[in-house]
Design a protein around this ligand. Structure first.
Ligand code: PT1
Length: 285
């Protein structure tokens, strides 16, 4: 088995599960059930009890077509949740935001990890906020070059070679981060499945995750319940996409992914345990 951790502080040879906690009224896959701090805290606790290594707290939906939210609104959604979870769960807390002020406040409230779907490009200040913290940072590819905003990112995503372009773009962001004083051992890369990508682009990226692994950093993959799973699995209802999501998760791990961002933590862990045991038995014989 290839080493996944690259000397990284967060990642070991055990695949980490990041459980998704949307603190948004318009969330695509949980119907806005978690739009109050209490409900989001309960959901995060449930995911931690299911064995999530990380809970990812997001107050701004970045799914295709989503509307912008103000800093004040985003802060009022996520900060009470982070404060309510700090010290109350075993899982680490990541803040899913592209706003520097939200990162700063979240870290102060107890967030352990920065997860930015714009790879710290949405606001100039974000690089410094990340550099001044000690947090691991997830750098996701999201087609910022073509004005990547959730509202328009799916309008007409174009690539000559999606795998090379995502790898090059992430490689550049890694270099910028290192120059800004963010140690390489804090960086995690993510192809950004569904962000400015057609289903074919997503499939191409999933099939060539090994090319992203060449950057020598831990790889996070978030495919859970997304549109391309619905397409391949022929399931229009995002809430019914756990089986397809788990298939994608296992495939991603077989291609070297270290962290999986998922809705269904217990189900994914069960699948991973069975798959890993069988793989280990195969290696021995
Ligand atoms: C992700 C991710 C994320 N995804 C990271 N953070 C979302 N690091 C939010 C669809 O096609 O993959 N990595 N934060 C959710 N975004 C989407 C995108 C949800 C596309 C749904 C789709 O259905």
């Amino acid at each position: 088995m290839k080493q996944r951790h690259c000397g990284h502080e967060l990642v070991t040879d055990r695949v980490l599960l990041m459980g998704i906690v949307n603190v948004t009224p318009d969330s695509f896959s949980d119907g806005g059930t978690f739009d109050s701090p209490g409900a989001a805290i309960d959901q995060a606790r449930k995911l931690a009890d299911e064995g999530a290594d990380i809970v990812d707290i997001g107050g701004e939906s970045t799914r295709p077509g989503a509307e912008l939210v103000s800093i004040e609104e985003e802060l009022s959604r996520v900060i009470p949740v982070i404060k309510g979870l700090k010290g109350a769960i075993n899982a680490k807390i990541s803040i899913d935001t592209r706003k520097a002020a939200v990162m700063r406040a979240a870290i102060k409230a107890g967030a352990d990890i920065i997860n930015d779907v714009t790879a710290l490009q949405y606001e100039a200040e974000s690089l410094q906020v990340a550099a001044n913290s000690n947090c691991p940072v997830i750098l996701m590819h999201g087609l910022m070059e073509q004005g990547g905003d959730p509202k328009t990112m799916q309008d007409n995503p174009l690539y000559d070679d999606v795998v090379s372009e995502v790898a090059n773009s992430l490689g550049k962001r890694v270099a910028v981060c290192e120059q800004a004083g963010i140690a390489r051992t804090r960086l995690i890369i993510d192809p950004g499945i569904g962000f400015g990508k057609t289903a074919d682009h997503n499939i191409e990226l999933m099939a060539h995750l090994d090319r992203l692994r060449e950057l020598g950093l831990p790889l996070l993959v978030g495919a859970s319940r997304k549109g391309f799973i619905g397409l391949l699995g022929e399931e229009g209802d995002a809430l019914k996409r756990a089986p397809g999501s788990i298939a994608a998760a296992l495939f991603a791990v077989s291609q070297g992914a270290s962290i999986l961002r998922v809705h269904d933590v217990a189900k994914t862990r069960q699948a991973l345990n069975v798959w890993r045991a069988l793989e280990a038995a195969k290696m021995k014989s």
